[in-house]
Ligand binder design. Structure first.
Ligand code: DC
Length: 226
């Protein structure tokens, strides 16, 4: 069977993670959440008081060693052997992650690690620049979008489910700010690749968007539809 690389990009709350996880599960592929990596670096910057000196995070002695593993439907994130899975979802990280991920040398290091992780193929990788920069030759590229209100509601429900307090308006404001920084930064901004298939998830069910992507993937893998 031909193993392929599937790139899924889009703004926060567009449904990338849920979709990418299920697609990977159905195809028996590796799932990689690259946002978790930028969140882990942001956590490290905050812990070490380096938000004013983010460039030093790429110094050899300060480099973040990030390991992603997938357990119980969740990406477990370890940073220099510390489990940061929960901590990287906190509001302080949401407030700073777009700023940290706009730094060129930090992106270069993350991209190097992501290419290494994806080199075995049979991978679903989600983020902002996977189809444009990390794997411009990905076999299948998907760009997911959804209305801001819908995305904010989804993130709000997710936070509540994890016992994290947040006001819907604050969540919406954070998404808007992050979208604006992520899309306008100079280095590798959030952008739809010319050859990506766009899916607006505002009114599509998760099952439908997953089977659409799985069937497109099967065509690329030269397998019959489900
Ligand atoms: O997917 P997420 O919301 O967990 O991502 C957190 C932040 O990380 C997002 O606001 C921008 C950044 N990011 C990025 O710049 N490039 C990626 N490939 C993935 C995430």
């Amino acid at each position: 069977m031909k193993k392929i690389i599937i790139a899924i990009d889009g703004p926060a709350g567009s449904g990338k993670s849920t979709t990418a996880k299920l697609v990977a599960q159905q195809l028996g592929f590796l799932y990689i959440d690259t946002g978790a990596m930028y969140r882990a670096v942001t956590y490290m910057a905050i812990q070490n008081n380096l938000l004013d000196d983010t460039y030093s995070l790429t110094d050899d002695d300060k480099k973040a060693k990030i390991t992603l593993s997938y357990e119980n439907d969740c990406t477990k994130v370890s940073l220099n052997n510390e489990d940061v899975t929960e901590a990287i979802r906190n509001p302080e990280i949401n407030a700073n992650v777009s700023f940290v991920s706009a730094i060129g040398p930090i992106r270069e290091e993350m991209i190097r690690q992501q290419r290494e992780m994806g080199s075995r193929n049979g991978v679903v990788m989600e983020g902002r620049d996977i189809g444009t920069v990390v794997f411009p030759d990905a076999d299948l590229k998907v760009f997911m979008v959804a209305a801001l209100q819908t995305r904010a509601q989804r993130r709000f429900e997710e936070l509540t489910l994890h016992g994290k307090k947040a006001a819907l308006l604050d969540v919406m404001e954070n998404l808007e700010t992050r979208d604006s920084i992520d899309s306008s930064r100079e280095v590798n901004p959030l952008m739809k690749a010319a050859d990506a298939i766009e899916i607006d998830t505002t009114h599509v069910t998760i099952d439908n968007q997953v089977s659409l992507i799985v069937n497109l993937a099967k065509k690329k893998m030269e397998l019959p539809d489900a």
